[in-house]
Design a protein around this ligand. Sequence first.
Ligand SMILES: [Zn+2]
Length: 232
Amino acid sequence: MTRTGTGCIDRPSPNHGPRPEGVGVELLILHYTGMPTAESALSRLCEPAAQVSAHYTVDEDGTVYAHVPEDRRAWHAGLSSWRGRADVNSRSIGIEIVNPGHEFGYRPFPAAQMAAVADLCLDIMGRHGIAPADVLGHSDIAPARKEDPGELFDWPGLAARGVGLWPQPIPADASAESAEDVAALLGRYGYDTAESRVLLSFQRHFHPERLTGEPDPETLRRLRALVRMTGR
Ligand SMILES: [Zn+2]
């Protein structure tokens, strides 16, 4: 277990296993807890019968709970895929962020919580050599099933601190993609385009003002910008 920052509280979960031989940590996956209270989420993440876990949980006041050692495989991503590879749990670290979620009263993430998330992410990224582009939401890797951490999550603020990417402006001509190209671009960036709701998931992360699932010009511009920024 690697200690991270002040206020990190041990709350061990038995729900983990070994990472496969030779598989390192490449992705950092951010979730919301989607439970009515922080305590209900913490209990579930540590309960054997639930068969779920994460490496950390960040409460709304910024308190960080550590559940699973980083060298172990936690059970947070479920059926998921990124850049053509499934079994994200084996090659990721998962952070749960306390929020009731869309089911129990979705609300903004407090500044103290986001600051703690950024600190924790930077610490993990530094130790494992995780690039900003490899910090993703659960909805990015499981678009048909998941909406977390959702459209209220402050991805731009995190990106400003070097956690995750946010699309930079690019010339207008570069955003002239036809509708036929959208799936190809989403696939190039990393999304599993065999899933449903992929463009909606993209918007939930990168264009949250526009949750239409339709390829409007600004959504396309941002997608194009991200593909360019990563050279994918
Ligand atoms: Zn999740």
